[in-house]
Design a protein around this ligand. Structure first.
Ligand SMILES: Cc1ncc(COP(=O)(O)O)c(C=O)c1O
Length: 434
């Protein structure tokens, strides 16, 4: 385990290496509206894209774009080839057993909705329970609530400990007590940063015949994913949080499950045959990809996966963890500042916090004046905020291109906000003017 003295050790990436990475992200060179250099710490919402992703999409549009799968002409064949090659790249990125298990969707949200509307409608009844956690994004709550509205099933939420981690025994008790049909949980919370032991929890579910859905939105950008080793029934993530384009996401499902599931959206591309009286669905993966798919976006996502794979993922993870540790420990040392999340060893590169007496939106606005982009609000986790008795929090989230210098600027700016706005800061200033 690292200690605060590790902060003095050299960062897992040296500055030159980070500079090399940053040069591939043109947007990072810009300033904010206040004319200050940008420190982009809003990566849990969406990351930036390297030139290779932008160029791959541009290349598609400039050289060979056409609709896929349908045309018998050169451009359509080239587009189809690049599109299907992208599916293979993503299959390799997450070590899928079969390329047909990769379904292109428009994001993690639509992937979960797909499962709820197909597998859920087919398998869930009024007597059934869906288990999830209190730390989920709305994307992994609302589709199940909608399913409950259609079927009458129950949704049970696993609570978190006071230190913002999960207790294995509580999970075991919930699995035993409720015997859920599905356990849908996040691999890493987008607010607390808390990681869940995905493999272990999936194993327990498997022993009891409980299906699993992993929301890997906050893990896929940061760590290599091995779907064969994790062995979850479904796993979802979006492209825009891992250097890829918006409008593309992945549903990975076990082939036998996907084959049993009915089609979701109906239309072109997802059928084998249509008559005036009905239709027969296409084979996987087309069955779940009705209409014109996100072609350039799939190509861009594959470029993002290649970009990430070309880097040393373990060192990147350490680098993000290092930044997180500096931010986390720095915030905890400030009077009136509360970190909402476990200590850095238990989480990914996310630090959410509040300053006593200061609204999260005001903090984010003030930080923006210093060129620092963070997010404020409920982060699409209203049930979690309600559980924590908070209306909103401010979140800094780090990625591979962030620098120690940016974290230092962030901490200095937070300290200024704390001193200027919070009641304790104002009191201290009055006693000690100037
Ligand atoms: C944990 C988590 N799940 C799901 C989502 C939704 O992802 P998408 O934008 O790909 O639909 C997000 C996005 O913020 C997230 O952080």
């Amino acid at each position: 385990m690292e200690t605060s003295s590790d902060l003095n050790k050299p960062c897992p990436f040296n500055e030159l290496e980070i500079d090399g990475i940053r040069q591939q992200f043109p947007i990072l060179n810009r300033s904010t509206a206040s004319g200050v250099p940008l420190a982009f710490l809003d990566n849990a919402a969406s990351t930036q894209r390297p030139s290779s992703v932008i160029e791959a999409m541009e290349d598609c549009y400039i050289r060979y774009y056409a609709n896929v799968h349908r045309g018998i002409h050169t451009l359509s064949e080239e587009s189809t080839e690049a599109f299907e090659q992208s599916r293979q790249t993503i299959a390799q990125y997450i070590n899928a057993a079969d390329t047909k298990e990769i379904i292109f969707t428009s994001g993690a949200t639509s992937s979960i909705n797909l499962v709820a509307r197909t597998w859920g409608d087919q398998n869930i009844g009024a007597e059934d329970v869906i288990l999830t956690t209190i730390a989920e994004h709305h994307a992994n709550i609302v589709p199940w609530q909608q399913l409950a509205g259609r079927t009458g099933c129950k949704i049970i939420f696993i609570p978190i400990n006071a230190d913002y981690t999960f207790d294995d025994q509580v999970v075991i008790d919930h699995l035993d007590r409720y015997q859920p049909k599905l356990f849908a949980f996040t691999a890493a919370s987008n607010v607390l940063g808390t990681k869940t032991p995905v493999k272990r929890w999936v194993e327990w579910c498997e022993e009891q015949g409980i299906k699993t859905l992993i929301d890997a939105s906050q893990l896929a950008p940061h760590e290599p994913l091995d779907t064969q080793s994790l062995n979850a029934d479904f796993l979802v993530f979006g492209g825009h949080k891992m250097c890829g384009p918006t409008g593309i996401g992945i549903l990975h499902g076990k082939r036998e499950l996907l084959e049993e599931m009915p089609a979701f959206l109906g239309g072109g591309g997802m059928i084998n045959r249509v008559t005036t009286t009905g239709f027969a669905s296409a084979e996987l993966p087309d069955k779940f990809e009705a209409g014109t798919p996100p072609i350039a976006e799939a190509i861009g996502l594959a470029a993002a996966a290649k970009f990430l794979n070309a880097l040393d993922r373990e060192r990147i993870s350490k680098h993000e963890s290092h930044l997180c540790q500096i931010a986390d420990e720095g915030l905890r040392a400030m009077p009136g500042v509360e970190v909402i999340g476990p200590t850095h060893e238990q989480k990914g590169g996310i630090v959410s916090f509040s300053i006593r007496g200061v609204h999260a939106h005001d903090i984010a606005h003030e930080l923006d004046q210093h060129g620092i982009a963070v997010r404020a609000g409920h982060h699409c986790t209203m049930p979690l905020h309600h559980y924590l008795k908070k209306t909103s929090t401010t979140r800094a989230s780090f990625y591979l291109y962030n620098q120690v210098e940016e974290v230092s600027r962030f901490l200095e700016a937070v300290e200024k906000v704390q001193k200027r706005f919070s009641p304790s800061g104002r009191r201290r200033r009055k006693r000690n003017p100037g």
